[in-house]
Ligand binder design. Structure first.
Ligand code: BTN
Length: 242
């Protein structure tokens, strides 16, 4: 595994995107801080000291693109649960990790496409030893340190998650990953609003399907949602909007 580490960079995702042609499959880029952290759906990702910020470059065996966010969520949740923090860790489909109702981990999966998919970049930000957040995010984000008052080895966590993701990318049967995510699903039975083929609907989340989509019941009909975002319509709304 090839690891490139920075003290500061614009974005670990951007670095891999700009250099992917010259880098080996499964190169990992990490940085202590980012000046231009990228979040999902065009948003930015702000970090404070103590985060794990890293991206994994995938150049081979990229057939199962729709499963990559879920594989990533599984690997992250597994490694964090093994730290025995006794905290309530849940997955918010497709790949956020929530701790005691606050956001702990964000994942962005980006593709580099010409006439085919050349590479995939999995970007992961985990709030580990962060002692505080700015006022903009402090009500919606938390860190392992803030929840447990313990400090953790950031590099070890990055290494363990990266190793597990790389191992899982080659797995053909991913049903057990989906089963595990359903057992640890933050959205299960929650009311959400969602966009289906341009229409804004409300419904209740039933499960994550084996193809990676989210099954939502709305007006006695089942909808399988693949992309975009599902927004909670209860008091936790802000957690998913930032
Ligand atoms: C989200 O929740 O919107 C996804 C956030 C992903 C942030 C990580 S931090 C490391 C990597 N580099 C980036 O620029 N973004 C991802």
């Amino acid at each position: 595994m090839n690891i490139i580490s920075f003290e500061e960079i614009t974005s670990t995702n951007l670095y891999l995107k700009e250099n992917y042609q010259n880098l080996a499959n499964h190169t990992i880029c990490t940085s202590k801080t980012q000046t231009l952290g990228r979040g999902r759906l065009g948003r930015s990702w702000q970090d404070s000291e103590g985060s794990a910020l890293f991206s994994i470059l995938v150049k081979e065996n990229i057939e199962n693109i729709t499963m990559i966010p879920l594989i990533s969520a599984y690997a992250i949740l597994n490694v964090l649960k093994n730290l025995n923090t006794k905290s309530d860790l849940k997955v918010k489909w497709p790949n956020d990790i929530i701790i005691n109702s606050k956001k702990l981990v964000g994942v962005i999966v980006e593709g580099i496409t010409t006439d085919k998919v050349e590479a995939i970049i999995i970007g992961i930000g985990i709030n580990i030893n962060n002692e505080s957040f700015n006022s903009e995010v402090s009500s919606i984000a938390s860190s392992l340190y803030l929840e447990t008052k313990k400090k953790f080895d950031i590099n070890k966590i990055i290494l363990n998650i990266s190793k597990l993701i790389i191992e899982l990318l080659d797995k053909k049967d991913t049903n057990y990953i989906i089963d595990y995510l359903n057992e640890n699903s933050y959205l299960l039975d929650k009311k959400v609003s969602f966009n289906y083929k341009g229409e804004n609907l409300d419904g209740v989340v039933r499960k994550i399907n084996y193809d990676g989509s989210l099954e939502i019941d709305s007006s006695n009909q089942k909808y399988n949602v693949f992309s975009g975002e599902v927004t909670l319509t209860n008091t936790y709304k802000q957690v998913v909007e930032k």
